[in-house]
Design a binder for this molecule. Structure first.
Ligand code: BTN
Length: 338
């Protein structure tokens, strides 16, 4: 396994000093950084320019709006089992990136049976499904992508996002979360609110294996302001911390997701979705509930009845049981059932 920097990531030293969320005087920060106070002020401006909220308290100093657990390669890889380590080819932690999915898609695919992983503190152009943006407040979420070389996309791809949902829910349970459910095809839910999402993209070489990039975005803890901003877009959100008795460690959640994804991929390649269907069914947050599916501008109402062996959604409608494949259809709870 290759880790891109000795401690995994190079954070701005000023950010490291402020990460405890405490108030630190400009004088102390300047001394610790061997800089002038003017340089510290410039550093604060640079952090703000990247979207990090730093409060200046008159004559007392600076503090982050919220304490943050910075990404740390050692703490992430500590969550990996021996099997996980054996299948991890490279781990790149970045301070900022446009999109972790875009970055991996542009890179060479990893050797078959192994994964290249990229996670970033800041994602300036995070992408969601159906062309939407993915927004995560600094330090409050996980933006991680995993690249995998896939020899049989036709067999693997249709239900892969359901396998990813199972892996992520296992990881969240490992981190202490209870009550996580899945919404077909690839939303992670807590109490009918979106806690995370999955974006799977593909670069296929003609005739050769395909480079599949699995992007996972998870809200770990959301300050009230960030929650309001995301919900202004129309979606009810949740965070892993809402589902845990004590706030989970961001690195532990990231490491558990990585470990569960690696283990799922190895099993999925051998056995396909059938090895995950029962577990997916127990996690299905919409099963037997009134739901509507939109396909190409048409909305079909019915009752969600789980998924078939290919991971296609089954909807019981007035015209009988209908089947929808992911990528073409989007699903939501019928109004009044939320
Ligand atoms: C969705 O529910 O719409 C999918 C969201 C996926 C977001 C993740 S964050 C890491 C990776 N990089 C991206 O640009 N998107 C995915």
């Amino acid at each position: 396994m290759v880790v891109s920097a000795p401690n995994g990531i190079e954070h701005p030293p000023l950010l490291v000093l402020l990460s405890d969320g405490e108030l630190h005087s400009g004088e102390w920060l300047a001394k610790e950084l061997a800089q002038t106070r003017a340089a510290v002020w410039k550093g604060v401006q640079r952090l703000r320019a990247t979207g990090i909220e730093v409060h200046a308290v008159a004559r007392r100093g600076y503090r982050l709006a919220n304490r943050v657990e910075l990404l740390d390669a050692r703490r992430i890889t500590a969550e990996l089992t021996e099997e996980g380590r054996a299948h991890l080819h490279g781990l790149e932690l970045r301070y900022e990136v446009d999109s972790t999915n875009t970055r991996l898609l542009a890179a060479a695919p990893p050797p078959p049976g192994t994964a290249d992983v990229c996670a970033s503190e800041l994602q300036h152009a995070g992408r969601g499904r159906l062309g939407r943006r993915w927004i995560a407040p600094f330090g409050g979420g996980i933006a991680m992508s995993l690249g995998w070389t896939c020899s049989d996309v036709v067999r693997t791809l249709p239900a892969l996002s359901l396998g990813v949902g199972v892996a992520v829910s296992r990881a969240l349970a490992r981190a202490g979360a209870q009550g996580i459910t899945l919404k077909w095809p690839n939303d992670i839910w807590f109490r009918d609110r979106k806690l995370g999402g999955v974006l799977i993209e593909l670069r296929a070489e003609s005739g050769g294996p395909a480079h599949v990039v699995i992007g996972v975005g998870i809200n770990v803890s959301l300050p009230a302001q960030a929650r309001r901003e995301i919900e202004a877009g129309g979606a009810a959100v949740a965070a892993a911390a809402d589902a845990c008795a004590a706030p989970p460690s961001r690195n532990a959640v990231a490491g558990a997701i990585l470990d569960e994804l690696l283990s799922m991929l190895v099993r999925y390649e051998r056995l396909g979705f059938s090895a995950f269907r029962d577990e997916w069914t127990t996690l299905d947050g919409l099963r037997d509930r009134p739901a509507e599916v939109t396909v190409g501008g048409t909305t079909i109402r019915g009752v969600a009845r789980g998924v078939d062996s290919d991971g296609a959604l089954l909807l019981e409608t007035r015209d009988g049981l209908q089947r929808f494949v992911s990528g073409e259809a989007s699903l939501r709870l019928s109004a009044g059932d939320a």
